[in-house]
Design a protein around this ligand. Structure first.
Ligand SMILES: Nc1ncnc2c1ncn2[C@@H]1O[C@H](COP(=O)(O)OP(=O)(O)OP(=O)(O)O)[C@@H](O)[C@H]1O
Ligand SMILES: [Mg+2]
Length: 267
């Protein structure tokens, strides 16, 4: 009898391990699908950067005076740095981060995602507004949280087909002890009967687009899993005809004490 119980317990532990591994794989697969969604905009941006580099290189070759050449070098340098920021961001986003968490400032975490989506938003005539009210710290798995943000931003972009405003905010809720990130769109909003279902796995109202990209309906369900595993929450507020706000809440951790010089940048 005891032996049977032992074997059952071992089998349950083994299945739990497998389930955990499959969840992580699913998370990674969903991440790759969002990389696909952004590929067209990012490739387009690289073309623009290369055009800038080529034109300023031509200018530097044509004009021999130091002032013009200095300007050309500055422009080429800036374009190169922008390109490198995007590739670094993309590689870091695509990498598998495992499920470790560490204390982090939530603002740079958001900024790193915005670097990747900026062009995509411009392409769809969406204005990006950022509101960083404070610099909360939380213990997070940066890869997973960036993936959640990416899905919320892509969702928002997809409901603002004829343009709109995307407002991304970070603040500290001292009352509840949470660091909060919010993503607000000016899309069509979500009616009550849909709102009840959006966090269900595979619930999607999207159809395949010309690039074969369509909703798997996993984005929000994985977002909920990720937030729960962080001891946090995801909340949605929506008004039909006005737009939708998603809020991610993370339990606050103490920010490390910074030397005075870097403190000046805060706020
Ligand atoms: N900002 C939003 N405004 C209006 N509806 C939304 C918004 N975000 C999500 N939804 C609705 O919730 C559904 C589920 O979203 P979710 O991100 O889970 O899946 P998806 O975007 O359809 O697919 P995937 O994220 O896997 O590509 C969407 O299909 C859409 O109907
Ligand atoms: Mg989605």
């Amino acid at each position: 009898m005891i032996e049977v119980q032992d074997r059952t317990a071992a089998r349950i532990a083994e299945l739990e391990q497998q389930l955990k591994a499959m969840r992580l794989q699913l998370l990674q697969a969903q991440k790759m699908s969002s990389v696909g969604v952004l590929a067209a905009s990012i490739t387009h941006e690289f073309n623009n950067i290369l055009t800038t580099v080529i034109n300023y290189a031509k200018m530097g070759i044509r004009h021999k005076d130091a002032a013009t050449r200095d300007k050309a070098f500055d422009k080429i340098m800036a374009a190169g740095q922008r390109a490198s920021k995007i590739t670094t961001g993309m590689l870091s986003y695509a990498r598998h981060h495992g499920d470790r968490r560490e204390p982090m400032d939530l603002v740079p975490l958001v900024e790193d995602v915005l670097v990747l989506v900026e062009k995509d938003l411009q392409r769809f005539r969406i204005k990006l507004v950022t509101q960083y009210e404070s610099r909360p710290w939380a213990s997070v798995n940066s890869g997973q949280v960036q993936q959640v943000l990416m899905n919320l931003i892509v969702n928002a972009r997809q409901v603002m087909e004829s343009g709109g405003t995307l407002t991304v905010g970070v603040r500290t809720n001292t009352e509840t002890g949470h660091g909060e990130m919010s993503i607000r769109d000016t899309g069509g909003g979500i009616p009550a009967e849909k709102l009840r279902r959006i966090f269900e796995p595979f619930y999607s109202t999207k159809t395949l687009d010309e690039q074969g990209q369509g909703g798997t309906g996993l984005g929000l369900s994985l977002a909920k899993d990720v937030m729960e595993s962080h001891g946090g929450r995801i909340r949605v507020d929506s008004a039909v005809g006005a737009g939708t706000t998603f809020t991610l809440k993370f339990p606050l951790v103490q920010a490390p004490v910074l030397p005075t010089s870097s403190m000046q940048k805060v706020g």
